[in-house]
Design a protein around this ligand. Structure first.
Ligand SMILES: NC(=O)c1ccc[n+]([C@@H]2O[C@H](COP(=O)([O-])OP(=O)(O)OC[C@H]3O[C@@H](n4cnc5c(N)ncnc54)[C@H](O)[C@@H]3O)[C@@H](O)[C@H]2O)c1
Length: 332
């Protein structure tokens, strides 16, 4: 059984991926400092408490657990926070990834799947689905911190035979369809859980920032991807890396590629709010506010490369399913 170090496995997407890895016959080992994740979200596999910036601890963990590959989620994720405290983001996201790559080299582990983001593209010039080949022009330190990691993966693949796949997620949403796990960010900044907090009465209202964008109903459009489908894509990406001959310690050039993960369909903020009212049957208070700086009107993935390369099709592309699963979890 192949053993997979899952850095950030106690977080939202990581914890769901642990279940998918185990169901696919991999043995996950979570490595997390629990700064934002939850110990009780790790439902399967061994757990090691540690910081992703700790090269020595990572190396020892990989050797001790005979790790075959790494899936790397561990990061600070709040783009707005990254503007206020950029060094924290470069420290954890970029510095942590460098320490992890160095530890992989120390331990002779050559395969990695990395959590990248649509934020690497920045502010798209028009309302068209984004292809991977677009110029990377992040508009905040979070996006830069992730794009720098992709550059490290590319260059390390070339120099040291690393085999790396970066997955650029759009908006992760939903919860485990079987109700075992869900989104527990604190503070919560993602639209669907916030809308559901308004539905449950945990907050008084939901604010819509900007109603005059160049979109059909004036609100921003995003590509929501179910966390179950994100988890499945990580398994497919790992399978792909294991199809390649192991290049650890060899002088041969390795592999690096990046893939968008989204459904390819966009939903506006108004549509999300309406879908949440339909799913919950609750009519909550919505307040229209001015635009926030740095919010692009339209961010939708062209995910055709991921679909064809990994033979991956989202099982839950419907917004109502994502909201339904998140609502079930919120009510548990
Ligand atoms: N949630 C989204 O919509 C989204 C979109 C695009 C990309 N991503 C990326 O996906 C990954 C996972 O996102 P998430 O929503 O599950 O976030 P999350 O905050 O729930 O999970 C991140 C995990 O990393 C851990 N972590 C943070 N700093 C660490 C450190 N220094 N050492 C060890 N562990 C550390 C946290 O404790 C947490 O368990 C992140 O890399 C994020 O940038 C998320």
């Amino acid at each position: 059984m192949k053993k997979i170090l899952v850095a950030g496995g106690a977080g939202f997407i990581g914890s769901h991926t642990l279940l998918a890895l185990q169901a696919a016959g991999y043995a996950p080992v979570t490595y997390d400092n629990f700064s934002n994740g939850h110990r009780d979200s790790v439902l399967v596999g061994d757990v090691v408490e540690g910081d992703v910036r700790d090269r020595a601890r990572l190396t020892a963990t990989m050797k001790e657990h005979n790790i075959d590959a790494v899936v790397h989620f561990a990061a600070l994720i709040e783009a707005g926070e990254s503007v206020k405290d950029p060094q924290a983001f470069y420290n954890v996201n970029t510095g942590g990834s460098l320490a992890l790559l160095q530890a992989m080299q120390d331990a002779g582990v050559a395969r990695i799947v990395f959590s990248s983001t649509a934020a690497v593209y920045g502010q798209p010039a028009d309302n068209a689905p984004l292809k991977e080949s677009l110029l990377k022009l992040p508009i905040n330190p979070y996006g830069h911190s992730k794009w720098m990691v992709e550059c490290m993966l590319r260059d390390t693949a070339h120099a040291h035979g690393l085999q790396a796949i970066a997955l650029r997620y759009f908006n992760a949403a939903g919860a485990d369809p079987e109700g075992r796990l869900g989104e527990r960010h604190d503070p919560e900044t993602h639209l669907i859980p916030l809308v559901l907090q308004a539905a449950s009465g945990a907050r008084d209202n939901i604010k819509m920032f900007g109603t005059d964008y160049d979109t059909p109903d004036g609100t921003c459009i995003r590509d929501y991807i179910h966390v179950h489908d994100l988890a499945a894509a990580h398994v497919k990406a790992l399978d792909k890396l294991f199809e390649m001959p192991d290049s650890a310690g060899s002088s041969k050039s390795g592999f690096y590629d990046a893939f968008n993960l989204g459904t390819g369909s966009g939903f506006s903020v108004r549509e999300v709010v309406q879908a949440a009212k339909n799913v919950t049957g609750i009519d909550f208070n919505v307040i229209e506010e001015e635009r926030r700086p740095g919010d692009p009107a339209y961010l939708v993935a062209d995910a055709t490369r991921a679909k064809s390369t990994f033979d991956w099709t989202p099982a839950y592309p419907n917004l109502e399913d994502m909201i339904e699963h998140a609502w079930q979890f919120a009510n548990k």
